[in-house]
Design a binder for this molecule. Structure first.
Ligand code: SAH
Ligand code: SF4
Length: 347
């Protein structure tokens, strides 16, 4: 029999389903509370009668993210998790501690189709979309493992969130719901390589979450080389969609820019970028590109001097810019690296 993914259901859906099955309302509330707590099995729902637990098992399943490996940074306490899903599939999440609380960076797909040249996830191909419950399970596992409450979530792990639009939208509604984990949209960021039509859709949802755009180039010639998505939606179209997002949500957009030596880090690139972004309510995050394995397509980090000069040109043009603090740099905390290591060693 086809089992239903119970943790991907909205509370109203569960109430309706239980009602149709003839269970009293308070049972649905009890089960929902257990699910929010991150319980792993119906057998552990101690206030639910044994017979009913068996009936539930015949209709539903509970999604878990099991910790397969965990690396703790000696530098700053950042924790990188490798989670195992149902079918031996591996995904990564990264837990970061800031002054204002804990932030978890979660994955939205197993792998990614987008094929960005500098990205370890992009290089390993695509397996499948994650379900809403698999996104929630990453948060619950990290919370339970550390006995903490996660206050902020960033959709910046493996995968392209806007390529898994329906599931990501459902996840966002579930995670921000007062009945659920109650993490407000203002505490959520979503990062995309620039799937333009979906940026319009997201703006029209009126969520007010922070949108990050992985830009990584100041012109189409360079962006076409490093990010294949640019051949479908070029920079001009992307920035137009960003303007629309800002107009609809009144939220500042964050542009991510991985600095690759000799590829996108010249003064000329900085001036070109300044010109394109100066009319916008935005912020630029400069990140020295991380090693993504193999020869990283010959891509090397820009020098510190290059980063400072690039950042100076942007700030002189009036664009707010930061050089991203790289948390967990001793544990390969950037996208796709840990799974790659484990796959190489153990599988
Ligand atoms: N697919 C989404 C979100 C996941 S990638 C996106 O592309 O935005 C998360 C971030 O890591 C993106 O900004 C991505 O460009 C960046 N990234 C990937 N590989 C990187 C690397 N080797 N060095 C620095 N940043 C990298
Ligand atoms: Fe996919 Fe983002 Fe990596 Fe590009 S950078 S391959 S979109 S995960």
């Amino acid at each position: 029999m086809h089992l239903i993914d119970i943790k991907s259901m909205f509370k109203e859906e569960l109430l309706k389903d239980f009602k149709e099955k003839g269970y009293p309302l308070y049972r649905a509330n009890q089960v929902y509370l257990w699910l929010i707590k991150g319980i792993k099995s119906f057998d552990d729902m101690s206030n639910i009668p044994a017979g009913m637990r068996e009936e539930l098992k015949d209709c539903y399943y509970i999604t878990n993210a099991e910790i397969k490996r965990k690396l703790v940074s000696k530098l700053d306490g950042t924790i990188k998790y490798l989670f195992e899903l149902n079918h031996n599939e591996l995904i990564e999440s990264v837990l970061m501690k800031y002054n204002h609380g804990y932030t978890l960076c979660i994955s939205t797909q197993v792998g990614c189709k987008m094929g960005c040249k500098f990205c370890a996830t992009g290089k390993s191909g695509f397996s499948r979309n994650l379900t809403p419950s698999e996104m929630l399970a990453q948060i619950q596992s990290a919370q339970l493992d550390n006995n903490i409450r996660i206050s902020n979530v960033v959709l910046m792990g493996m995968g392209e969130p806007l390529d898994n639009y329906e599931n990501v939208i459902r996840f966002l509604k579930l995670v921000s719901s007062g009945d659920g984990l109650n993490i407000g949209m203002r505490h959520i960021s979503l990062s995309t390589c620039g799937i333009v039509n979906k940026i319009y859709d997201l703006a029209n949802e009126h969520f007010g979450l922070t949108l990050s755009i992985s830009l990584h180039a100041s012109n189409d010639a360079v962006r076409n080389k490093v990010m294949p998505i640019n051949k479908k939606f070029n920079i001009e179209e992307l920035l137009k969609a960003c303007e629309f997002y800002i107009k609809k949500t009144n939220r500042r957009i964050s542009f991510e820019y991985a600095m690759i030596s000799g590829v996108n880090d010249s003064d000329e690139c900085a001036r070109e970028l300044s010109k394109k972004l100066s009319p916008m309510l935005c912020h630029v995050n400069l990140i020295p590109v991380n090693d993504a394995g193999d020869d990283n397509c010959g891509y090397k980090k820009s020098s510190k001097e290059r980063l400072s000069k690039f950042s100076l040109i942007l700030s002189r043009a009036g664009i707010p810019v930061t050089v991203r603090r790289t948390l967990g740099s001793d544990i390969n905390a950037s996208c796709g690296q840990l799974r790659r290591n484990v796959n190489n060693v153990e599988v």
